[in-house]
Structures are given as C-alpha cells and as structure tokens.
Write a protein that binds this ligand. Structure first.
Ligand SMILES: [Zn+2]
Ligand SMILES: [Zn+2]
Length: 274
C-alpha cells in the first residue's frame, strides 16, 4: 500500500491510501485542482471514496466540491454528517465510530479520539499491511495505542511544542484550546505514544504540525528520541506530497524468508518527496 500525504496542517489535510485497484482519500482539505495535479504527478487514479475524520474545515472544506466534480462518494459519521451538511447531490455513506468497513480491497477501522469535534483515527489495511492515521486529538489514549500498534506505517499528529505554544502569539483562549485534552497533540505527547508503539511500525510520519508553534526539527528530534533507530521518521510538509510504502521488499534466501526486522534494517524504504 502506498500512503501519500497531500496536505498537512491547519491550512488543510488530505492523505491518499492506495492498494492495487483500490484507493481512498482521507480528509479533503485540498482544493480540487490541487488534488488533480497531485494525482497526475503521482500517477494515481481518482480515489474510490473520500473518508472524513471530522467536521473541521481543514479536513472537510473541499469534500463537496471534489465529490461533485469527480463523482466520488463521501464516508462520514452521523455526527460529522450533521455538522457538515453536504449538498444533496453528494453520495453519502455513514460509518459507525467503532465498526470496521470496507472500500474496495481496503479495510478501514475507525476509533474515536478526543477532540473538540467528533473525530476518529483510522487504521487502513490491505491483505498484506496496515497504516494508521491519528490527527487532531487532545491526548493519546490506551485504545489509540492499541489501534496503532498493529500498523506498519503510523501517521501521527505532532502539532506543537508546548513551550513555543505557551510563549507564542496565539491569544490566550486559543492557547488553552490547543493545549487542552480535546485540542491537539504536542510533540511531548506524541513522544509518549511513540515510545510505547512496539516493534511492528517501520515508518512514522509526523503530521499536522503547527507553522506557528512548532518546527519540523523540534518534532523530529522528539519523535526520534522515542523510537528505535530502525524506524524511519518523516515530517509531512504543509504543501507538497510525501509518499511512503507500508510493505517493505523482503529478501528471499535459500527458500526462507528473512525476518522482517532484519530486512528492515538492510532495505531502505521507498520514499519520494516532491
Ligand atoms: Zn485539523
Ligand atoms: Zn480538528
């Protein structure tokens, strides 16, 4: 499965998951024209569906336009549907916050996460591998850790540095909102979750970084400190795309497959930063 972050941060979020003939776009915070340009440059098809995590504009803002322009259905929860109110012409499907569902060959497993809008993280799997996406959450939960432990690739919010947020230019009410248990995950909180991630993940992508209260260097330093050296760590750019693969090539030797951990140490991941 190829996972491509198309946009990340408070100005827009969108991530494409592709496996074989199936693909889904999670969140639609990218304009239709920019999406189409990205799909062309990636050699990707129009996604089979748009899945919305929650009703904030940086996640759902362009969903109706993309859906209407390319005739793509939109999957969302009841609470998100009520808050967004998509136009009647958009084909809409509901999913439950804890019930797995399928789109083509992909299995999607949602899990509620604490935020100031009803929000879900998503684990998306094909027959061979899984990727987890968790963004816009005020605190890491035990259930989320369990959700992400089975993933080969983890995309995790690392929104702000707590000191930069406290000393920065945001008004007090906004600082309080971002730092609250229903706000956004700090670098320190991401570190706490990543430390307990377990051995399966070979790649971590830090997403939804604040351009005001964080730097890629600070977020990377904190995440790397939490993870084994064999785990590749990337920061998703606010603009431009970042692709990672969930399945690493495996070496066959003497008819026996090498242990994944050995293989992972030797084989570089496929990565393209455009
Ligand atoms: Zn957001
Ligand atoms: Zn949000």
């Amino acid at each position: 499965m190829r996972v491509t972050v198309l946009a990340s941060g408070s100005s827009g979020n969108a991530t494409l998951f592709e496996s074989g003939a199936s693909s889904v776009l999670v969140d639609a915070g990218v304009a239709p024209r920019a999406l189409e340009e990205s799909l062309v440059s990636l050699g990707a098809r129009v996604p089979d569906a748009i899945v919305i995590t929650h009703a904030h504009l940086d996640h759902v803002g362009h969903a109706a336009r993309i859906a209407r322009r390319r005739n793509v259905p939109v999957y969302l929860t009841e609470a998100t549907s009520r808050a967004v109110q998509l136009p009647a012409q958009v084909e809409e499907y509901r999913f439950q916050t804890r019930e797995p569902f399928e789109i083509g060959a992909l299995l999607l497993e949602p899990l509620p996460v604490p935020h100031d809008a009803a929000n879900v993280s998503l684990r998306i799997s094909d027959a061979a591998s899984s990727a987890g996406l968790a963004t816009d959450l005020g605190e890491p939960t035990g259930a989320l850790l369990d959700h992400l432990r089975g993933c080969d690739v983890v995309l995790l919010e690392s929104n702000h540095d707590e000191r930069l947020l406290a000393c920065g230019p945001y008004p007090f009410y906004l600082k309080r909102r971002v730092a609250s248990s229903r706000g956004h995950l700090s670098n320190r909180q991401a570190h706490a979750l990543l430390r307990r991630l377990g051995p399966r993940a070979h790649t971590v992508v830090l997403v939804h970084l604040s351009s005001t209260n964080n730097t890629p260097e600070l977020a990377l330093e904190e995440a790397r400190d939490a993870l084994s050296v064999r785990v590749a760590v990337h920061v998703a750019p606010a603009r431009g795309t970042l692709s990672v693969q969930t399945t690493l090539e495996r070496l066959e030797r003497g008819g026996e497959r090498e242990a994944a951990s050995d293989t992972r140490r030797r084989r570089p991941i496929q990565l393209s930063l455009l």
